[in-house]
Design a binder for this molecule. Structure first.
Ligand code: NAD
Length: 264
């Protein structure tokens, strides 16, 4: 029996089979969770529907998180389909491509607003609207963050600022929802080649470097993230909330760039 047996999970943020959310869905499905999915726009609809079928689900809803009405109708639709919810996976971030070119100093007001709205406020709005469905179910919410929230990663720019805000949001929401018995945590994933990652100037260099100098000397996979997400959303993690868990092969513990053999 899978450790998520009997749990209903809503997965946001799948664009294709390379998405981190796809890795999470795969692991959740393996562990027996029932799944529902959202897609951001019409362009993604048929792909997400196909992926949902792969995981035995026909529950696929449109939700552009910049639109309050989409978030509200999503909650209604999940309510009609399931009547309750145990798990929310928030795997969404966006900033206009130009924001990843120069430095933070070049951030436009509009780019800043968009990054914060889509990548941070959406977590608050989704949590608030879906909360009533989690009543009495010891719900678990997870979101995805990155090391650029803690340290300067050239070209990550406004998204680093947004991820810092996201991690803080996780702590505040953890406090707010604890009184209902729910938890929320963030996974800080190492770099993975996804659609979103390709917007970041020099991402391939970042990926190469991170892979070379982490203690294991290997890249992170969406399966690595999926398995951690299973744990965080399972009852085994019942005392963990407001946390940022690094799934980065230990990259963030390094004080110097490189393992012994690389520095020599
Ligand atoms: P991805 O491109 O596969 O997923 C990003 C998703 O965000 C897409 O499905 C996209 O449709 C969705 N999205 C964007 N704007 C939206 C909107 N307005 N409404 C609803 N959905 C919207 O890329 P990914 O790397 O899987 O990204 C998922 C999460 O993981 C993001 O929060 C990202 O910052 C984070 N993350 C990624 C990496 C990495 O290296 N790829 C590392 C750490 C954290």
């Amino acid at each position: 029996m899978g450790i998520l047996e009997g749990k209903k999970a809503l997965i946001t943020g799948i664009a294709n089979e390379k998405s981190i959310a796809y890795g999470i869905a795969k692991a959740f499905y393996r562990e027996g969770a029932e799944l529902a999915f959202t897609y951001a726009n019409e362009k993604l609809k048929s792909r997400v529907k196909e992926i949902a079928l792969e995981f035995g689900s026909e529950l696929v809803f449109e939700c552009d998180v910049s639109k309050d009405e989409h978030i509200k109708s999503l909650a209604q639709e999940i309510g009609s389909a399931w009547g309750s919810l145990d798990i929310l996976v928030h795997s969404i971030a966006f900033a206009p491509r130009e924001e990843f070119k120069g430095g933070v100093i070049d951030t436009s007001r509009e780019g800043f607003k968009i990054a914060m709205d889509i990548s941070v406020y959406s977590l608050i709005a989704l949590t608030r609207e879906l909360l009533p469905l989690m009543e009495g179910r010891n719900g678990s919410i997870i979101t995805l963050t990155y090391y650029g929230a803690e340290k300067v990663v050239p070209h990550y720019n406004v998204m680093g600022i947004a991820k810092a805000a996201l991690e803080s949001t996780v702590r505040y929401l953890a406090y707010d929802i604890a009184k209902y018995g729910h938890r929320i945590n963030a996974i800080s994933a190492g770099p993975v080649k996804t659609l979103a990652a390709y917007s970041i100037t020099g991402f391939h260099l970042l990926m190469e470097h991170t892979t070379k100098v982490n203690p294991f000397g290997r890249a992170i996979t969406i399966e690595d993230v999926g398995d951690t997400a299973v744990f965080l959303c399972s009852d085994w993690a019942r005392a963990i909330t407001g946390e940022v868990i690094h799934v980065d092969n230990g990259y963030h513990i390094m004080g110097v760039f490189g393992r012994e053999e690389d520095i020599k």
